[in-house]
Design a protein. Structure first.
Length: 308
């Protein structure tokens, strides 16, 4: 027993010595403190301040003194616009998972092979993701404009009256989701292309020899081989849906009649722009808790399982 303990201690000391020899500990001692300092200054401290301000009725000037306890959170819970923002955010999550990701996977399966033509198509499909969100929102605001946009030209060519999509309560958020799918599907497509290119060609060829058809190869060979990429892509889609902001502001600014707000645009509109910093901080705390909950849940129930 003593011998085994001693051997464990020796093995631990041996590992430490090898780490020192490899420079890993030295690198960690040099690189870790700056990273921790930056993380503390720009993440932990602002987060702590947000939690503190969430319990005050504060306009952002001076020192907060009007303590209101849980009142900001109660106002948020009873606000119909916040409920609409949460619903819209969940809609974006659903659209991202069940429309954006399948579209990206379909295109990836079509153009993942390394050919000049496929490289051109990858570039075309990936360009929307390269564009800044604000630029994409402005471009599509002109497309949807009922006076001189593309929709106006199509309506005029068909002899119809102009249709102002972004001003319609029923269609405005459909337009927003269309832009979101167009903007981000290229990102997921590139993840799938990289994963598909790593699938051994021998497996695909063996499936062909066994008489498997194209859809069977996709279902039983390629998709199981890229399940890790699918899990990571879904995680990015969910977290990204919780953070949608830059596209909606130039498109609709949350309108018409607050019908296209997400949680982040709600925070911006009802917190920052109205100098109600305490209220906005409370929304930020709720969003942070939601993001952390999703991340922990997803890590535990999906990412860990995908590794087995």
């Amino acid at each position: 027993m003593a011998t085994s303990v001693a051997s464990r201690r020796l093995s631990a000391s041996e590992r430490l010595r090898r780490s020192l020899n490899n420079g890993r500990v030295t690198a960690a001692l040099i690189l870790l403190p700056p990273a921790l300092i930056l993380f503390t200054l720009f993440v932990m401290l602002p987060l702590g301040e947000s939690v503190y301000y969430a319990f005050f009725n504060w306009n952002g000037y001076g020192t907060p003194t009007d303590y209101v306890g849980m009142e900001n959170f109660q106002r948020i819970a009873g606000h119909s616009v916040f409920q609409k923002a949460v619903t819209n955010t969940l809609k974006i999550v659903v659209i991202s998972l069940f429309l954006q990701m399948p579209l990206a996977l379909l295109l990836a399966l079509l153009i993942y092979r390394k050919t000049p033509t496929n490289a051109l198509f990858r570039l075309i499909f990936f360009v929307p993701y390269i564009l800044a969100e604000v630029a994409a929102g402005l471009i599509w605001s002109f497309v949807f404009d009922g006076n001189y946009g593309v929709t106006a030209s199509i309506a005029q060519s068909m002899g119809l009256e102009s249709f102002f999509i972004l001003a319609d309560r029923d269609w405005a958020f459909v337009a927003v989701m269309t832009v979101i799918v167009w903007k981000y599907f290229g990102f997921h497509m590139m993840i799938y292309i990289a994963a598909l290119q790593s699938v051994p060609e021998d497996l695909i060829e063996a499936a062909r020899i066994e008489g498997a058809k194209r859809h069977q190869i996709v279902r039983y060979v390629q998709i199981p081989q890229i399940k890790h990429a699918l899990v990571v892509s879904a995680f990015f889609a969910i977290i990204g849906a919780l953070q949608v902001f830059d596209i909606i502001i130039p498109l609709t600014n949350g309108g018409p009649s607050n019908q296209t707000h997400t949680i982040v645009t709600y925070l911006y509109t009802f917190g920052l722009t109205r100098l109600n910093i305490g209220f906005g901080s409370a929304v930020g705390v709720i969003l942070f808790i939601a993001a952390i909950t999703v991340a922990v849940f997803y890590q535990r129930f999906f990412m860990n399982r995908s590794e087995t």
